[in-house]
Design a protein around this ligand. Sequence first.
Ligand code: ADP
Ligand code: MG
Length: 720
Amino acid sequence: MTAPPLPHRFGGGLYTERPPVTRLALGPDVLAAPLADLGRVTPSVARRLSAFGLHTVGDLIDHFPRRYEDFRDRKAIRDLKVGEEATVRGMVVRVRAGRTARRRVDIVTAVLSDDTGALEAVWFNQGYLMKVLTEGMRLSLRGTFRPQGRRLQFLVKGHEILEEGDGEGVHTEGVVPVYPAGEQVSAKLLRALLHELAPVMRRLPDPLPARLRVRERLPSRADAVTAVHLPRTLAEARPARDRLVLEELLLMQIGLLLHKQEQQCRVRAPAFSAPSGLARAFLDTLPFELTEHQSAALEELEADLQREAPMRRLLQGDVGSGKTVVALYCLVRAAEAGLQGVLLAPTETLAAQHAETAVGLAGALVPTELVTASLTARERRSALARIAAGETRLAVGTHALLQEDVRFRALGLLVVDEQHRFGVEQRDALVRRAERDGVAPHVLHMTATPIPRTLALTVFGDLDVTTIAGLPAGRRPVVTRVVEEDRREAGYDFVRKQIARGRQAYVVCPAIDESESISAATAVAEAERLQRGPFRAARVAVAHGQLKPTDRDAVMRAFKNGEVDVLVATSLVEVGIDVPNATVMIIEGAERFGLAQLHQLRGRVGRGRERSYCLLFATAETGASQARLEALLETTDGFELADRDLEIRGEGQVMGARQAGRSDLKLARLARDRTALLRARELAADLLAADPGLRDAVHAPLADAVRDAFGEELAWLLKA
Ligand code: ADP
Ligand code: MG
């Protein structure tokens, strides 16, 4: 067996003796070239890079530094100060191996000298260096001088071997990028490889049109990429990053806008004629005045409904802001146009509540049907028959309405409440089934999870967004307090007083480790404890995810009808349940909930005219949970909370499933790059307004880049 090639420049056998030149031809396909084509990448290194997600030269170039270290403070050995980190250069005079006495850790020491003196450098646990370091070698070291017994030692944090004629070191001198790394792929390896790619970077083509670049004063892509990976100064890295962030966001916005265009061009929607009697009757008989924001939202939607371009809109508004009535108006409009409407809700309880509201507010005007899984086969058959015949003008229901056998005579509008609880495909399938002769229904999504504008533009960038700000008049913000363990009894006392005044209460128990059965058991035990103890005199009931939907529904209904005083529930207390008489909520283990969830839960109270209260029973607090509870105490504005949440958690987790692939940004960070995002949106809209399919020859590189980023999905749209 022949000995493997000696590790050369970097320890650990990462490199062979092959010369450090890039063997890549700098042709147009260079970015697609496998990393194994790089001069010093052995098959084993290539495998490790691959496992880390880096396969091609392009992948590597798109792997951006997380931050930089400024190692420009190079010192002569004589000028080193104890305890101060610095970089030194010198020649290796002697190398020795040893072991610490107690822990038997490998120690390598080397004497390094420069024109001003010599020092003893020390490495721990890097025995392989004995094979790498040789006398006469020129080294650059990053580290700290520290006393060791009566001597001074230089504790090495990073080192590199300087070759003849080398300029500035890559790892220990100048401004050094720090890369996200893995167990098998060190930041040092990435840095070294990217260094080799400098010639490739300098020739990168620019997807952005020259005119835009000049107007926005952006550096070229080649300069920006080079400066991000190989900055000479920190000041140079910043604008370079900004340019790449803008590019990334611009490509995404173009992709999303194209997707929207595609949806709106492929099919037509039935344009509703102007509102007449039915719509007017609906508005006239409402038991309340619409708020200013509701009216404004209604106008925006009305304009959409009268267009042939299918409405694809998100109606967002804080919990209790009154979205349902606005959606109902649109559904009445569908009926008025001789078409049908669907109102989809994620749970039986919500669907039932919506049906009740619909019948209450519009039942006399629009024949309505509730379709859920709890219908008997017979009931279902006849309901579906009425829907298929067009007798039913408004179908309210759950997933049960998404099934294959549900047919409409003429579906004009689909409203999806709490849209994130439905799979995109399921929803789209319904729209496709309802499509006839190139005519598809309008679609309105509703969400009570306020989405910061930045996320709305990314995750929902292909939807228009309407926001209902504020709450109906007369609502007062929910009074929120953290109740620590020693005040628990006082908390119960407060709730008892509310009950004595005829009000109702929620007690929310945390979901435990995602296990619904344990959570359910906890809720049941808690309900028993409360019924026997603090709420002896009250009627306590429990709802949790292990109950059959019909049973849970019965409990919710009893609560709604005032037959239950205290509803103990797991965090599943339905988003959107509307019991105005419930004025107080206890949230047990509040520190264990996310901010968005706490806000949603709190939104169950404060729905009537009475002042409402939210008591956060919290125990030991970590920094993050503390920050959440504080945010909750400070504001009841869901949008502000959503922004805070974004800051505390980062965008990745805020939206859950839908963002997959969408908010998958390499460089941009939404919380930080808001301004760039808004600018990118504008630029994308301008570009597409001037050149709808990016067909102009000057936009060819841009179209290519969008196609690369979005795959085949949009390919046909961009084809000239
Ligand atoms: P959400 O936006 O959370 O779905 P809802 O549509 O359920 O809110 O409305 C919450 C409550 O406010 C309901 O009881 C509804 O009847 C009532 N509501 C809606 N609009 C108004 C209004 N303009 N004035 C007074 N009450 C209203
Ligand atoms: Mg609602």
